[in-house]
Design a protein around this ligand. Structure first.
Ligand code: G6P
Ligand code: ZN
Length: 563
């Protein structure tokens, strides 16, 4: 067995290593600065209890973006030096974010070992490549993202770090070959176990009975397990730069799929398929499309919740509760009310759902940012969302033996609106805004919302046809399980008719500030649920832009995106 020594290397802190909504995301160039990654990894080890590091088993993998392979070798050497007992790596360093969650929760090593955490190497839906983004985040032993208590500690450590530990003489491990490589260090044996990226996750999907039911996973599940044709898969070979594309599943970036589904300007001439879906770089996000029809993520989670018990065997015993992030539309709230389900509104970020699930309070949850998931793991899960939708489509067509007059995705959504009302919804993103200007805009809105009479005077002056603002606040969350409090989570204007305006600063960008404006109009009247979304939202959009003085503060007359 190869022996290794532990080196203590002196280092100096960087001051910009604050983890965002979902880990630390920076340009590759930033990560390649001397000791930059090392500092963050050591700071993470130092933020964990000794038992979670010494003698522990950790997973290290990611979405395969540029710099991942180098980062994996560095983390292996640092883990060895910090007394970690074994590292599990998905073959070629590839594991989707939901698969990491499944591996932490389900995988048992050949010697009976279980993982207690993971470094996930991804910047999710941000582009990859030498000039683009890299990212790293830590997940805990429940399979979910580290809570703020830990990420705050990591950040504190990065500001004071003086040294890190590394096994410099440990040879690079071949992560393309499945198998265990063992080494000996000052504290005994250290193993690197390279395993098949798909099997644990696929097993979980099976035993969740989603009718036996992103690249490696899509092929295994949709083609090998479900018998779909390989030609139904687009872009399923993982690449370091995501083929130069922007790996975010939405109407702007999933161009090829959007065209095939008969949506968008360059839509294909052929008859589109009945169902289409896309995932992001690390396969936790999803977008669901029907033929010439887009399902908003906020509707998607509401529809899954409304149909879960009947359509998805995993939930046949009933839902423990449902949850959404604050800016996600209130479509889920209406379902929860009708079905008498426990309901939670949490800040943006998947980590807030984990505590609810661990406490048995939540089965299904989702976010407007194209994340949908359940308590089978502690991450959102793109493939799960697709399987949930396929299950619902199958259930709605169970008596339709001929296969004619299929109940389509569009039918399912329209039926849902007819029952529960429709939440017209859009999001305006102002990217790379001057950070000072963004702060000023938010400060202005915080001040404004404290005086409702004044707010209503302004609102009515802009549009007399919108309803009154009944309430406004800066969203604050007290976790019902551990009592922790998260402040400054966005500003809400709640209208009497159930409509909402939300303003928030994004926590995932790697440059400048991004302001997000979420606009939502609730329509209960079933004769008015078929309107064009832009028309229905126009009055509220006007109110939001003028009320916030968006152009005055940011100098932008239009958003970067309008999703
Ligand atoms: C990541 C998190 C999501 C969150 C999203 C918000 O994807 O995993 O849970 O909804 O970021 O991003 P934002 O840019 O709005 O902070
Ligand atoms: Zn992602």
């Amino acid at each position: 067995m190869v022996m290794f020594k532990v080196a203590r290397v002196e280092t100096t802190p960087y001051n910009d290593q604050k983890p965002g909504t979902s880990g630390l995301r920076k340009k590759v160039k930033v990560f390649k600065q001397p000791n930059y990654l090392h500092n963050f990894v050591q700071s993470s080890f130092n933020a964990l209890t000794t038992a979670k590091v010494r003698g522990a088993t950790l997973v290290v993998s990611g979405d395969g973006r540029y710099f991942s392979k180098d980062a994996i070798q560095i983390i292996i050497k640092m883990a060895a030096a910090n007394g970690v007992r074994r590292i599990w790596v998905g073959q070629n360093g590839l594991l989707s974010t939901p698969a990491v969650s499944a591996v932490i929760r389900e995988r048992v090593g050949s010697d009976g070992s279980k993982a207690s955490g993971s470094f996930i190497l991804t910047a999710s839906h941000n582009p990859g490549g030498p000039n683009e983004d890299f990212g790293i985040k830590y997940n805990m032993d429940n399979g979910g993202p580290a809570p703020e208590g830990i990420t705050d500690k990591i950040f504190e450590n990065t500001k004071t770090i003086k040294e890190y530990l590394i096994a410099e003489d440990l040879p690079d491990v071949d992560i393309s070959a499945i198998g265990i490589t063992s080494f000996t260090g000052p504290e005994g044996q250290f193993d690197v176990d390279v395993f098949d990226s798909a099997s644990d996750y696929v097993n979980l999907m099976n035993y969740d009975a989603l009718h036996g039911v992103a690249g490696a996973y899509a092929k295994r599940i949709f083609v090998e397990e479900l018998g779909a044709q390989e030609s139904s898969l687009l872009n399923c070979v993982p690449k370091e730069d995501f083929g130069g594309g922007h790996p975010d599943p939405n109407l702007t970036y999933a161009k090829e799929l959007v065209a095939r589904m008969g949506l968008g300007k360059s839509s294909c001439q052929d008859e589109p398929p009945e169902f289409g879906a896309a995932a992001d770089g690390d396969a936790d996000r999803n977008m669901v499309l029907g033929k010439r029809f887009f399902v908003t993520p906020s509707d998607s989670v509401a529809i899954i919740a409304a149909n879960a018990v009947q359509a998805i065997p995993y939930f046949s015993g009933g839902l423990k509760g449902v949850a959404r992030s604050m800016p996600t539309s209130a479509a889920l709230d209406v379902v929860a009310k009708h079905l008498n389900l426990k309901f939670f509104e949490v800040p943006t970020g998947w980590k807030f759902f984990g505590n609810l699930m661990d406490a048995g309070l939540c089965s299904v949850c989702g976010e407007e940012s194209f994340g949908t998931g359940s308590d089978h793991i502690r991450e959102k899960d793109g493939i799960w969302a697709v399987l949930a939708w396929l299950s619902i489509i199958a259930y709605k067509n169970k008596d339709n033996l001929s296969g004619n007059n299929l109940v389509t995705v569009e039918d399912i959504v329209r039926q849902h609106w007819a029952t529960y009302g429709r939440h017209y919804y859009t999001r305006y993103d102002y990217e790379n805004v001057d950070a000072g200007a963004a702060k000023e805009l938010m400060a202005y809105l915080v001040k404004l919302q404290s005086d409702l009479t004044e707010v209503n005077k302004i609102v009515k002056g802009i549009r007399s046809d919108v309803s009154n603002v009944a309430n406004a606040d800066e969203f604050e969350y007290k976790d019902p399980v551990d009592g922790s409090i998260s402040k400054h989570q966005g500003i809400r204007y709640l209208f009497k008719d159930g409509s909402r305006l939300v303003f928030r600063l994004s926590g995932t960008g790697s440059e400048g500030a991004t302001i997000r404006l979420y606009i939502e109009q609730y329509e209960k009247d079933s004769s008015k649920i078929g309107r064009d979304s832009q028309d229905a939202l126009a009055p509220l959009v006007e109110v939001a832009l003028k009320l916030s003085k968006m152009e005055e503060f940011t100098g932008r007359s239009a958003p970067t995106h309008n999703k």
